[in-house]
Ligand binder design. Structure first.
Ligand SMILES: Cc1cc2nc3c(=O)[nH]c(=O)nc-3n(C[C@H](O)[C@H](O)[C@H](O)COP(=O)(O)O)c2cc1C
Length: 209
């Protein structure tokens, strides 16, 4: 089983990367195939609201001059998706927002194609804005019909300079517990359900966001 993590920070290998690596390390030890993509320097464009994805229904965004379609493919290929962002003015970074807006719209245009994958938000913050950022990322998972596991605290690490989050013992423990809960949940979701869910029950009409 696979897990992909995206680091939305403009600062490569900073605090968000350290938090994500901590979760991924647990998942790797638990036997999952893991990878981390850093969005730093990638110049991702935002959604242009053309709705071509709703017409084409080909699981792609019409914008082809940046790596978002490759990221969408990685998400589709994974059992678990972790989205990590530092807090910038009380919210996620524009890179992470661009990824969510475009991957999220393409997913909705294609019968909620991330449905029942496991999703987790991870946030690095110096002082304030961690919870709104954590909530906003989780809203993407929840509207995508994904399953969101908890941890022993909200998945936030405190730090300013590169490496500071490693001193946040509780934050680091939260990442370890998140990794264990993701592993447990993904294994449960892979096991065949005893009660068969009818096709009729799972069929949904998709509306505009
Ligand atoms: C443009 C910018 C805006 C920021 N805004 C906030 C903020 O609103 N609240 C806060 O606590 N920290 C803020 N920070 C600090 C970062 O969230 C913090 O340093 C974080 O650990 C950076 O993670 P990174 O190393 O993964 O980039 C800001 C940093 C930058 C560069």
């Amino acid at each position: 089983m696979k897990v992909v993590a995206f680091n939305g920070s403009a600062r490569k290998d900073g605090n968000t990367a350290l938090l994500l690596r901590r979760v991924l390390q647990v998942l790797k030890t638990e036997g999952f195939e893991t990878r981390m993509i850093q969005l730093s320097g990638k110049h991702l464009r935002g959604c242009n609201a053309c709705r071509t994805c709703y017409k084409a229904k080909n699981k792609r965004c019409v914008i082809e001059d940046d790596p978002v379609n490759a990221y969408i493919e990685m998400m589709l290929d994974s059992d678990g998706i972790i989205l990590g962002s530092p807090v910038y003015f009380s919210m996620m970074t524009p890179e992470m927002k661009a990824l969510i807006d475009r991957a999220g719209y393409v997913a909705r245009a294609n019968s909620d194609m991330f449905k029942r994958k496991v999703g987790a938000a991870v946030v690095a913050v110096r002082r304030a804005g961690g919870i709104p950022t954590f909530d906003a990322i989780n809203h993407f998972f929840l509207i995508s019909q994904m399953i969101v596991p908890g941890s022993s605290y909200w998945n936030i690490g405190i730090g300013s300079k590169k490496g500071d989050v490693e001193k946040d013992e509780e934050g680091m423990k939260t990442m370890d517990d998140l990794g264990m809960n993701m592993a447990w949940l993904m294994r449960k979701l892979k096991t065949k359900p005893k009660v068969k869910i009818s096709k009729k029950e799972t069929k949904t009409e998709f509306q505009k966001t």
